[in-house]
Design a protein around this ligand. Structure first.
Ligand code: GLU
Length: 450
């Protein structure tokens, strides 16, 4: 049982030197503290050293198993052909098939996809689902494309990587810029061209009508709330008295906000790439959600008479709240933005939302950080349930999905707390340790072929 306290005195600020591991030297990896991939591998290796994970396993985990890059042409609506670049990085499959999202974004690049695939290995292991880590992406701007163009880009990408994915090999899912419709095109294309069994299980996050799972759409946001429900009492808070602000109002941010409010908490501020809104007594998040779906962004919500006022970026970060929930892109919380934050707890709903200097500044101030591999693992957990349902021809009801998700999230939170106290480390290092325990044990059992 977790009877531990997370009061400020118990927060362990990192004093270690960054990128100290000699694994970087052995693999000839240049130390670049601005590189997201190296930052994540550094955190992982730091945890691995504390746990005394054998050196050969550290080497294996420091590099992805496969880095697939493809270029493919697509006919655009204006009659011209555009050439796209796509990625699928398969980081590790010691626990099961590679698993992780597919991102459509103008800034998708190899190092970021590598970083996100390594995080997936850690996430799956931490919640103890039998899956490895992968991530993919296409460098494109989905907002600037028609539905038909998006469909052709998706289908052509699937055909380019079909030999490397599959229901027993690598199972993509939604991520930034993709949704259930994209997953439906993905599954349909694979089903046309592959002769594998259980073809529908090649991808998760599909529409409920076409092989998707109930509860998958809200799962990442729900997982954040499940973790908070476990941790908030440790800092003497209950949802009904708690306040939060949310950065990013896409699938994850909007669900986290709605579920936070549903539990009785107040969402004081929200911001996305279009603008920010504020209400000290709590935003009407259902109205905001509807507005954002219709207007593709938060900007202008203050004019709708739902009692919100517009807020600048700096003021958004400065709003005093108990919990700050970053649910947008990576690396958004720089040292400067960290200095503006006025919160007790950060629940990382997005992958790697903080720069290392931002993180250090917050920890030095005693802010508790619940890391992404814990907080944002709800999505992949319900993806795993979808995969199980597809393969066994079952359809779980929402209650079962929610219960199973809650069980996985609560156990992952407890595992993390336990590692934190056993090793006297911060929550991020503890989460990596709790994830690595499982992977190291499985490598030990399996050995290395031949
Ligand atoms: N893209 C999500 C993540 O980063 C979900 C992955 C999945 O469902 O496989 O965790």
């Amino acid at each position: 049982m977790m009877s531990t306290s997370t009061d400020k005195a118990s927060i362990v600020a990192p004093t270690r030197e960054l990128m100290a591991s000699t694994v970087f030297d052995e693999l000839g990896m240049e130390r670049d503290s601005d590189n997201l991939y190296l930052q994540i591998i550094d955190s992982m290796l730091h945890a691995a050293e504390i746990l005394e994970v054998p050196r050969h396993i550290q080497l294996i985990l420091a590099q992805p198993k496969n880095e697939i890059m493809v270029h493919f042409p697509v006919l655009m609506d204006n009659g011209h052909y555009a050439l796209f670049k796509g990625y699928r990085v398969q980081h590790n499959n010691a626990l099961g098939p590679y698993k992780g999202g597919l991102r459509f974004h103008p800034h998708v690049g190899l190092d970021d996809v590598k970083a996100l695939s390594a995080l997936m290995t850690m996430k799956c292991s931490l919640v103890r689902i039998p899956m490895g880590g992968g991530k993919g992406g296409i460098k494109c701007d989905p907002r600037a494309m028609s539905q038909n163009e998006l469909m052709r880009v998706t289908r052509r990408f699937v055909s380019a990587i079909a030999a490397q994915i599959g229901p027993d090999r690598d199972i993509p899912a939604p991520d930034v810029g993709t949704n259930a419709q994209v997953m439906a095109w993905f599954a349909d294309t694979y089903m046309q061209i592959s002769d594998k069994q259980n073809k529908m299980a090649v991808v998760t996050g599909k529409p409920v009508e076409f092989g998707g799972s109930l509860g998958r759409e809200k799962a990442t946001g729900q997982g954040v709330i499940d973790v908070l429900a476990e941790i908030l009492p440790d800092i003497g808070l209950a949802f009904k008295d708690a306040t939060c602000s949310v950065l990013g109002f896409g699938n994850v941010g909007s669900w986290a906000a709605k579920l936070f409010a549903e539990r009785g908490g107040k969402v004081r501020a929200a911001m996305d790439h279009t603008g920010g809104v504020y209400n000290p007594d709590g935003l009407d998040v259902l109205a905001l959600d509807e507005y954002v779906r219709e207007h593709r962004g938060i900007a202008g919500f203050e004019k709708t008479r739902h009692g919100a006022e517009a807020i600048s970026e700096e003021d958004f970060y400065r709003v005093p709240v108990d919990v700050f929930i970053p649910a947008a892109l990576e690396q958004m919380i720089t040292e400067e933005k960290a200095s503006w934050l006025d919160c007790k707890l950060i629940a990382e709903a997005a992958n790697a939302p903080m720069t290392p200097p931002g993180e250090r500044a917050l920890m030095a101030r005693g802010v508790e950080i619940l890391p992404a591999i814990l907080c944002s693992a709800g999505g992949v957990t319900v993806s795993y349930f979808e995969w199980v349902q597809n393969r066994t021809n079952q359809s779980w009801d929402l209650e079962k999905v929610d219960d199973e998700l809650n069980r996985h999230m609560v156990l992952a939170a407890r595992r993390t707390q336990l590692a934190r106290h056993r090793f006297g480390v911060d929550m991020r290092t503890a989460a990596y340790i709790a994830a690595l325990e499982q992977i190291a044990q499985v490598y030990q059992l399996r050995g290395i072929f031949p």
